[in-house]
Ligand binder design. Structure first.
Ligand SMILES: NC(=O)c1ccc[n+]([C@@H]2O[C@H](COP(=O)([O-])OP(=O)(O)OC[C@H]3O[C@@H](n4cnc5c(N)ncnc54)[C@H](OP(=O)(O)O)[C@@H]3O)[C@@H](O)[C@H]2O)c1
Length: 283
């Protein structure tokens, strides 16, 4: 693959929205560990106006969003105002700011933008397939994607169910299985957050500019039953279990072919799950 340098200055300035959240804090940790200078974009910055708060940026990363309580309903229509602000107004402001400053925009979206019904359970969606979804949350994510994609220097990164070694975190899929809040047996696309963070950091460092939408998830989807078997085999704890027989149709299985053809592909889910269980930071 040919890489065309973005001609980023030696010292890039990165602005990160959502740095206090589950996904954003994993990205923040990786940026810091990689020695890349970054600043958080907080609610107060948006309230005062990004142009007033920041005079320039080379990279803007949007990991902000509103998805309600972990494991809660995907509809969220009762939180319409907060939803609209976090999932649509914020990405619109970031796209506008990035365009005005010529910055590269990374926008975290979700594989949930693909429907769960009316297709084979093992259907893996490609990035450019047209999709319609129900529910206020997913519709807000699709609207944000539509705005972000108007800007030519964007990476829209659709992720699967996120997990990492922070097993105490309620948004971690492994935490949901440990608390038996997620036992529905289906095929799932999983995203190991250190993989997502590494992909972003390496894209920045390499000046990768094949802009567009990418599915950032483990190469092969994993069934919840397989996941609970893996977890049980690697720890003495009691995890949510599912029977293989009750396999349901799946939501948003992500084809990762596009990312796999770049140097920024994610690892295998099995390896990452085993690593998490044996290196878990359980508080
Ligand atoms: N977790 C998942 O299962 C999952 C799966 C797929 C995709 N995603 C996407 O990943 C992104 C982050 O999700 P997450 O799980 O990390 O959520 P999270 O833990 O709830 O964190 C949300 C982050 O967004 C910030 N935020 C919320 N509303 C804001 C606003 N109006 N202005 C500025 N910042 C605001 C929060 O800041 P405060 O600290 O100020 O509240 C926080 O830093 C979302 O876009 C979500 O759609 C998540």
């Amino acid at each position: 693959m040919t890489l065309f340098p973005l001609r980023l200055p030696l010292q890039v300035m990165i602005l990160l929205a959502g740095s206090t959240g589950y996904v954003g804090s994993a990205i923040a940790e990786k940026l810091t560990a990689s020695g890349l200078p970054w600043q958080p974009l907080l609610r107060s910055h948006f309230a005062h106006g990004l142009d007033r708060e920041f005079t320039s940026a080379d990279v803007v990363i949007n990991a902000a969003g509103f998805s309600g309580l972990a494991g809660g309903s995907c509809d969220l229509s009762e939180n319409q105002q907060e939803l609209e602000l976090a999932n649509v107004t914020v990405p619109c402001a970031l796209a506008e700011f990035s365009q005005a400053n010529g910055a590269v925009l990374f926008h975290v979206s979700t594989g949930g933008v693909f429907p769960s019904k009316g297709h084979a359970p093992d259907k893996e969606w490609e990035e450019d397939e047209v999709t319609t979804v129900r529910g206020a949350y997913l519709q807000s994510k699709l609207r944000a994607e539509a705005v972000v994609s108007q800007y030519d220097k964007h990476f829209t990164l659709r992720i699967g169910m996120p997990f990492d070694t922070r097993i105490d975190h309620p948004r971690n899929l492994l935490n949901q299985m440990l608390g038996k809040r997620y036992t529905r047996n289906a095929m799932n696309s999983l995203t190991y957050l250190p993989d997502l963070s590494s992909s972003i950091v390496r894209m920045i460092q390499d000046g990768f500019n094949q802009f567009g939408t990418y599915h950032v998830a483990s190469t092969h989807p994993v069934s919840t039953a397989r996941l609970s078997t893996l977890l049980a085999a690697n720890s003495a704890r009691s995890w949510g279990a599912c029977s293989v027989e009750s396999l349901l149709s799946s939501a948003g299985l992500l084809s990762t072919r596009k990312l796999d053809s770049t140097p920024y592909a994610c690892g295998m889910a099995d390896t990452c799950v085993r690593y998490c269980v044996t290196h878990a930071r359980i508080l």
